[in-house]
Design a protein around this ligand. Structure first.
Ligand code: NAD
Length: 440
């Protein structure tokens, strides 16, 4: 029987503990500070629904770490979201910002709600009330939300408007990123996470670690999730000549051996609200998508999709984690043994927070950069992130950078890319904490 834990706190602590083995001189007294969130804000608030009834919603805003700058992280609306998940996602934001070297700390927020059962007006009331409850916490220089699952630029526009109404007379645009262009949003922000996935993959393939896949063109790509990130990634990969064999949403997966036509998929989704049943395609489940025949697998939906129960059956040679936490630690070990490379979430989906940072900079300066400028900066950032992690991984591979078990003294095996990326990020946060000096 599979007894693997899907608890996000357990996952993030396992990942942290593994990365820690490869960090020299991490002060043990700092570990709790690095693992624990700085603070967790839990807010229950009532909303009047369209039918006149009242419903109470539970929500969270977690700050994990502020060593590098204001808190940064998306807001998720989902019926299954838990406090543990929000904490682990806030932690990922800390490591992600540290890895790509942008001056933000880690934060995340969520409202437990099913957006499919709520009207636009109800969602607006939920968003405004949630923002008002957080008005003393969020701010252009304290904590800056962004979109995540089931929130979008409209949600961000409501957050901005609410915050601005309650704090008149200031430039409040940098309080939230992922806004509509007309409200100070950045060109390229909506596309940034999917586009960033492409840049990261492109650079990774250029290292020639996978002899069977040397370029995006011709690669067979399966993508789980057809929301903001999944649909943009599909288009970006397809534009460079990849064959998109599978796409899915929460209803299931459509598959075509010879490749899906993305315009037809989008039109079908628009008309029917789901992908399943599209003519000329095979219907698979989301579980079958993970094991489907492809070169590159891109999980772009929810967590824990690649686990001990299916990792052995994965046919892809490269996994690009567009979603946060899609792979469990047990699956990581299985994939490493199988020789499947994983570009971890904190690299693969860092394009989103990178362009969020560009939006924040533009808002502070009251400027608007053009799309070419954004994409060329994004590409440079993503490429240098891959180069940094690859170089350190290579040093472990050729044993220049030997790591030994601190208890047994035995040499540790070459780590996977997640461990190298996390070790790099954790080290940066730890070193910067000490550089700032422990208060008081
Ligand atoms: P979204 O709400 O736009 O899309 C989510 C997609 O996942 C939808 O297609 C939905 O149908 C699908 N989905 C939902 N439940 C599913 C299930 N049980 N099985 C399979 N598919 C399911 O969200 P998004 O913004 O595209 O985010 C997707 C992932 O990317 C999340 O893990 C998010 O944390 C991560 N991410 C997003 C951003 C961003 O900029 N939006 C940045 C970094 C990371």
């Amino acid at each position: 029987m599979d007894t693997e834990s899907f608890n996000p706190i357990v996952t993030s602590e396992q990942q942290f503990n593994r990365a820690r083995l490869y960090i020299n001189h991490l002060k043990s007294g700092l570990v709790d500070f690095l693992i624990q969130p700085k603070h967790i804000n839990i807010i229950n608030f009532p909303i009047e629904l369209d039918d006149g009834s009242v419903k109470t919603f539970r929500s969270y805003r977690v700050i994990h770490n502020l060593v590098f700058g204001p808190g940064k992280g998306g807001i998720r609306y989902h019926q299954d979201v838990t406090e543990e998940e929000v904490v682990s996602l806030a932690k990922l934001m800390t490591w992600k910002c540290a890895l790509v070297n942008i001056p933000f700390g880690g934060a995340k927020g969520a409202v437990i709600c099913n957006t499919k059962e709520l009207s636009r007006n109800e969602l607006r009331r939920i968003t405004r009330r949630f923002t008002a409850e957080l008005v003393a916490q969020i701010g252009p220089n304290t904590d800056i939300p962004a979109p995540d699952m089931y929130t979008d630029e409209q949600t961000m526009a409501w957050i901005y408007d609410t915050y601005d109404t309650l704090n008149p007379g200031k430039n409040n645009r940098p309080v939230v990123t992922g806004k509509p262009i007309e409200l100070g949003g950045s060109y390229g922000r909506t596309e940034a996470t999917g586009q960033g996935c492409l840049y990261v993959t492109e650079r990774f393939l250029s290292k020639k670690l996978i002899p069977e896949i040397t370029a995006i063109a011709g690669a067979r790509v399966a993508i789980q999730g057809f929301g903001n990130v999944g649909s943009i990634a599909a288009q970006a990969f397809s534009n460079l000549g990849a064959v998109i064999t599978a796409l899915s949403d929460s209803s299931g997966c459509v598959y075509s051996e010879s490749g899906l036509n993305l315009d037809e998929v989008s039109a079908f989704k628009k008309e029917h609200g789901c992908l399943i049943g599209m003519p000329g395609t095979l219907s698979l489940t989301n579980e079958e998508l993970i094991e489907s025949d492809c070169d590159i697998l891109i999980p772009a939906a929810i967590s824990n999709q690649i686990h001990a129960g299916n990792a052995h059956n994965i046919k892809a040679k490269l996994i690009v984690e567009a979603a946060n936490n899609p792979t469990t630690p047990s699956a990581d070990a299985i994939l490493q043994n199988k020789g499947v490379f994983v570009i971890p979430d904190i690299m693969a989906n860092a394009g989103g927070v990178t362009v969020s940072y560009y939006e924040w900079v533009q808002n502070h300066a009251n400027e608007q950069w053009n799309l070419d400028e954004i994409n060329s900066r994004l590409k440079k950032k993503m490429y240098s992130c891959v180069d940094l992690v690859f170089k350190r991984w290579q040093a472990f591979l050729v044993e220049e950078d030997k790591a030994t078990d601190k208890e047994t003294g035995e040499q540790l095996p070459c780590p996977d890319f997640r461990t190298v990326a996390l070790a790099t990020a954790i080290e940066r946060v730890a070193n910067t904490t000490l550089m700032r000096g422990i208060w008081p």
